[in-house]
Design a protein around this ligand. Structure first.
Ligand SMILES: Nc1nc2c(c(=O)[nH]1)N=C([C@H](O)[C@H](O)COP(=O)(O)OP(=O)(O)OP(=O)(O)O)CN2
Ligand SMILES: [Zn+2]
Length: 147
């Protein structure tokens, strides 16, 4: 994670911020075709979040790095993701797969950014689940997430 170069996203903003963090969590993918992943198991997830904007706040921040980390780390670290009400074992669009966890991280962060006067935007979430598997989530251009 530390000092890793992530895929970059093109954008028109003056400032771009990236925050790396990790969290340990258990999960299962509750589907008979998920094989071993249907059993509860754990990962140390590594995330990189890309946030951009044109305006800084009164501290000269786009957004505080530590707030971005806490939003996700404090919610998911040392939890079983399936127990979080953001996920739902009865709804495949809300299973805690790498794709859906990445999208959920985006939604939590963008909901917070929407409360800030300088209105930064989350452009990309990189989420590594295993040493060989990761997902990039980028919101569709022009489609505003409804928090
Ligand atoms: N598209 C997805 N495929 C898989 C997911 C997922 O979230 N999205 N999840 C899993 C399992 O949960 C598993 O934790 C990760 O699988 P995998 O990368 O196969 O793990 P390995 O460490 O065994 O990978 P190797 O490269 O073969 O060592 C499965 N698929
Ligand atoms: Zn897994």
């Amino acid at each position: 994670m530390i000092q890793q170069i992530y895929p970059s996203v093109a954008h028109p903003y003056a400032y771009e911020l990236n925050k790396d963090f990790h969290f340990a969590a258990a999960h299962s993918v509750p589907h008979e075709e998920a094989g071993a992943c249907a059993r509860v198991h754990g990962h140390t997830y590594f995330a990189n979040v890309t946030i951009a904007g044109d305006e800084l706040d009164s501290l000269g921040f786009l957004v505080n790095f530590s707030v971005v980390k806490k939003l996700i780390h404090d919610r998911f670290d040392h939890t079983r993701l399936n127990d979080d009400p953001l996920f739902d074992d009865a709804d495949p669009s809300r299973f805690p797969t790498t794709e859906i966890v990445a999208r959920t991280i985006y939604e939590l962060i963008q909901d917070y950014l929407d409360t800030r006067e300088n209105r930064p935007v989350c452009l990309q979430v990189f989420l590594r689940e295993t040493p060989t598997s990761y997902v990039l989530y980028r919101p569709k251009a022009g489609v505003r997430h409804e928090g």
